[in-house]
Design a protein around this ligand. Sequence first.
Ligand SMILES: Cc1cc2nc3c(=O)[nH]c(=O)nc-3n(C[C@H](O)[C@H](O)[C@H](O)COP(=O)(O)OP(=O)(O)OC[C@H]3O[C@@H](n4cnc5c(N)ncnc54)[C@H](O)[C@@H]3O)c2cc1C
Length: 280
Amino acid sequence: MVDGFRPETLREALKLRKQYDCLPIAGGTDLMVQKARGFALKPDFEKPLLFIGHLPELHKIVIEKNQIHIGAGVLLTDLVNSDIIPEIFKEAVCRMASPASRNLASLGGNICNASPAGDTLPYLYAVDAKLVLKSVSSERIVPIGEFITGPKQTDLEHAELLTEIIIPNKLFNVNYYRKVGQRKGMSLTKAAFLGMADVENRKLTDIRIAFGSVAQTVVRSREIETDIIGKSSGEYINAIPTILKQYAPLIRPIDDARSSAIYRKKVSLRLLEDFLMRLN
Ligand SMILES: Cc1cc2nc3c(=O)[nH]c(=O)nc-3n(C[C@H](O)[C@H](O)[C@H](O)COP(=O)(O)OP(=O)(O)OC[C@H]3O[C@@H](n4cnc5c(N)ncnc54)[C@H](O)[C@@H]3O)c2cc1C
């Protein structure tokens, strides 16, 4: 037996979270792998579990004041089936794991797991997603880039749960997402690239660029994006070599079982170049 609590409401969950040193579990698709000890052995959970995946308060997807509010317990499958979620985000989610895993895995779990290879993260960084962190007596809203502090590290406090993810209800007119893995389905990311832009009258009015799996956390540079915004098509095409040079030092992948650092860096810069060429 694994010890755990199964609250009926979010409020009850927050009370338990405050009262006990317990580990939130939503779909368990990360935790069950991380804590597995082998066939027929119970997983090695050092703390009681707090089951939150079933809480109705964590399952909404709604638009309020032109922002999309997504409950932390929303399943990856539900994101893909939603009419509200932007297609480019769905494209990234569709490439994650398998249909069976996506039926269990939550958006909040992918964020709180804080893997540099988390596939929902490049989009969430690119749109400046905000996270609602609640305890029984407080609520704070934190930008995702401040919440994730390193590989597998977050700013989540002892008594808190991630309850909601807020993204702008905005579509870009150019959208580009590539996940490079061993194969098309069921593969963990070697490198991911997401680019979005608004081009009006051949002038760039907005651009967002995010790289996954090539540094300690998602790579996004507002400074470089601001340099590019406002350029006309001829100007930014001429600037591509400079832009590649600006991003190169920010991309600092590691060698691991999935890929080599050199491959990851090369392919990431090629994807950036391909995206920029398509803006013309
Ligand atoms: C076969 C397989 C393939 C996979 N493929 C991919 C892939 O392609 N891309 C990818 O990015 N991931 C992949 N994953 C990882 C995993 O499926 C995702 O990260 C998933 O979104 C995790 O969600 P979950 O609900 O299962 O999280 P859980 O395992 O329940 O939790 C993960 C972490 O988040 C914490 N947590 C969860 N919810 C909350 C909350 N609301 N508040 C505070 N803390 C919380 C937990 O305590 C835990 O530390 C794969 C996993 C498996 C097993």
